[in-house]
Design a protein around this ligand. Structure first.
Ligand SMILES: Nc1ncnc2c1ncn2[C@@H]1O[C@H](COP(=O)(O)OP(=O)(O)OP(=O)(O)O)[C@@H](O)[C@H]1O
Ligand SMILES: [Mg+2]
Length: 289
């Protein structure tokens, strides 16, 4: 595994034992390399295996078959567990379940404290993490007085302060209002583009997935689609079969194309759509309309 791959998922299968003692296959021969510094979005309908896959990335779950490697470390090696968990930080859906302290900066310090980091180093990391998520002014507040989006940014700061190689976020915006979602997405973009953190984002929001470098779609525990947002969202029929919708701008673009308007397939954002439509507003569309 060369240094550009931070996590390697190699022919991974995973089973759950159900109440009646039968084995249920949840991940079915998944192979996927996560590249250092990339922003990967993972999509798939409910129960397709997204959270199960995420939990394999820091050894919360171990594969029934195949291997997961983090920075070349086999996740089944118990002696490496601490090191693997330090390198892959997880952020979950509910910010309230992830906050442990009554003061924002203490909350962020909790992770590095548990890693045995020195006092001065913790101070530096907390300040840096607060700045990275834009919450420096809130450092003395109680996290419970913050908005959902701000709480989730505190949770993200707590992970950054542990200096992981990868941050895996499992539907971090699902419980937030649109403003909170925007805040968290902006923070994720800053982490990825600003400090080159590898980000794996599991989401149900297509408009979040279009911000990623690469999109993977899971279906019944299999990797059904993988590629750039533009290529994945051009597979309209396949996506429909997989129970996914198009991002809002792409859905409008598709509707216009069906009516004969020549809107390119890579129109995924409202900005791109506006740019595609603008030239025709003056001259009219080059079709029967
Ligand atoms: N602890 C468990 N015991 C038994 N089955 C489980 C357990 N956790 C998950 N499953 C099953 O594994 C499958 C995949 O679950 P998983 O949570 O990975 O899906 P998901 O894609 O994250 O779904 P969602 O979008 O609802 O979060 C589902 O069929 C689920 O019922
Ligand atoms: Mg899930």
């Amino acid at each position: 595994m060369d240094n550009s791959t931070v996590c390697r998922i190699e022919h991974v299968t995973s089973h759950y034992t159900t109440e009646d003692d039968t084995q249920k296959l949840v991940l079915d021969d998944i192979s996927l390399d996560i590249r250092r510094g990339e922003f990967l979005a993972v999509l798939g309908r409910n129960g397709s295996g997204k959270s199960t896959l995420a939990k394999h990335l820091n050894a919360i779950l171990l594969p029934s078959g195949g291997k997961v490697w983090v920075d070349g470390m086999d996740t089944t090696d118990e002696e490496l567990l601490f090191e693997i968990r330090r390198r892959v930080g997880m952020v979950f859906q509910n910010p309230d379940n992830q906050l442990v302290s009554s003061v924002v900066e203490d909350d962020i310090a909790f992770g590095p404290e548990n890693l045995g980091v020195s006092r001065e180093e913790i101070r530096a990391r907390v300040d840096e993490a607060l700045e990275a998520v834009g919450l420096t002014e809130y450092k003395d507040r109680s996290p419970h007085m913050l908005s959902g989006g701000q709480k989730q940014r505190v949770a993200i700061a707590g992970i950054i302060a542990m200096r992981p190689d990868v941050v895996v976020l499992d539907e971090p915006t699902a419980m937030l209002d649109p403003k909170g979602r925007d805040e968290v997405m902006e923070t994720m973009m800053l982490l990825n583009k600003g400090i080159h953190m590898t980000v794996v984002l599991i989401t149900h929001f297509m408009e979040e997935a279009i911000m990623a470098d690469r999109v993977c779609v899971l279906s019944d525990g299999k990797l059904a689609l993988s590629g750039s947002p533009a290529s994945v969202f051009s597979e309209e029929e396949t996506l429909q079969k997989l129970g996914l919708t198009l991002p809002p701008a792409a859905a409008i673009a598709q509707g216009l194309r069906k009516e004969g308007y020549p809107i390119p397939k890579d129109c995924l954002t409202m900005d791109a759509l506006a740019k595609a439509i603008c030239p025709y507003l003056k001259e009219g569309f080059p079709c029967s309309h």
